[in-house]
Design a protein around this ligand. Structure first.
Ligand SMILES: NC(=O)c1ccc[n+]([C@@H]2O[C@H](COP(=O)([O-])OP(=O)(O)OC[C@H]3O[C@@H](n4cnc5c(N)ncnc54)[C@H](OP(=O)(O)O)[C@@H]3O)[C@@H](O)[C@H]2O)c1
Length: 322
């Protein structure tokens, strides 16, 4: 197939390009030439700013377009309108954040989406991200009715992840000592490896699938306790996990930026890490073991994030009195 990827050089898009190539597809990448401009030197690259000038895409045809890089509805509107006549199929990489509430456990694709009032903001932040992605989905659907695949991933992990969120945990556990662990070991967690997501998306695009899919992992419920034990196993670490209740962490001013992936348990967030991917699984999504993602992330260069060891030690001292 001839595929156009809007984005494709940072993380998720880069894995999608790799998965498409592995299946023998001919890929064109459209981006501004800012992020990792030297990757994929042998692929056709079209340089442009999708928010203001899509002219470089005019008069071209592709079998399918994969949009990994849109956060603003007007940006999706522009590309979907331009490509509707010349591309058969559109895939939009959305997010589980489109859902209105996470009070429900095991949410399926039918759960209500967040809404946002007009005029739409120009800025994407934690408060607007989900509702704006929901509007992006609608913009794509307007121009590709019946030929739109919307994929809503949860937290995506793997090599090239520039956030460093997932890598914080195996790295921290590998360092050993007392590790500040958030909440309770029974609290849920979900992550999906970008490579599994990408391979599955390409397979769905090959059969011109239309519809909505959550994409989270693993299929069997994962807890923070099991996750950190897996970090210990993979890194052969004897680190001590010191679990700190959400309320105490909040009292210390600890945030999700300090302890990446931590979502304090509240009635409204209880379902965040329990979104159902049963539909994607039935449609062929295959997930690698968590330990493989941890191993590969440790071996690849990633961004760093999370709390400094000195601050972690201070919080531990105050919480445990040791
Ligand atoms: N990470 C997660 O846990 C997670 C979870 C759920 C959903 N998602 C979704 O997954 C997607 C992942 O993003 P990613 O960054 O990994 O994708 P990516 O496709 O690998 O990287 C973003 C690409 O977009 C290009 N780009 C950015 N702004 C552009 C513009 N104005 N015009 C043209 N090209 C532009 C960048 O290149 P240039 O800078 O050179 O233009 C880069 O190639 C997002 O849609 C996000 O909402 C992520």
């Amino acid at each position: 197939m001839k595929l156009l990827v809007l984005g494709g050089t940072a993380f998720v898009g880069r894995h999608i390009v790799e998965a498409a190539r592995a299946r023998g597809h001919e890929v064109t990448i459209f981006h501004r030439g800012k992020t990792n401009k030297h990757v994929f030197p042998d692929l056709e690259k079209i340089i442009g700013e999708r928010d203001s000038d899509l002219a470089p895409l005019a008069n071209r045809t592709w079998d399918a377009v994969i949009d990994t890089s849109a956060y603003l509805p007007r940006v999706v509107e522009r590309s979907a309108r331009l490509l509707a006549e010349r591309v058969a199929h559109y895939t939009f990489v959305s997010s589980v954040s489109v859902y209105k509430s996470f009070a429900t456990i095991g949410m399926t694709e039918n759960a209500p989406r967040a809404v946002i009032a007009e005029p739409l903001p120009d800025v994407i932040n934690a408060d607007t991200y989900g509702a704006m992605k929901a509007r992006c989905e609608r913009a794509a659907a307007n121009h590709f009715p019946g030929r739109l695949l919307v994929v809503r991933p949860g937290i995506i992990v793997g090599p090239y992840d520039y956030t460093g969120r997932f890598a914080y945990w195996p790295r921290r556990v590998a360092e050993g000592g007392a590790v500040l662990a958030p909440g309770e070991p029974t609290h849920p967690l979900q992550v999906i490896d970008a490579r599994d997501l990408a391979a599955w998306m390409i397979a769905r695009i090959e059969v011109t699938e239309a519809g909505l899919y959550n994409a989270t992992g693993p299929f069997e419920p994962l807890t923070w306790g099991t996750f950190l034990e897996e970090c210990q196993r993979v890194t052969k670490s004897a680190a001590d996990l010191v679990w700190a209740p959400d309320m105490l962490l909040r009292g210390e001013g600890v945030t999700g930026a300090d302890l990446p992936l931590w979502v304090p348990a509240t009635p409204d967030s209880a379902g965040f890490y329990t979104v159902s991917s049963a539909k994607a699984r039935a449609a062929g999504l295959v997930l690698r073991p968590l330990g493989d993602s941890l191993t590969d992330v440790l071996a690849s260069s990633q961004g760093t994030t999370g709390m400094a060891r000195t601050r972690e030690a201070e919080v531990l001292r105050r919480l445990t009195g040791v």
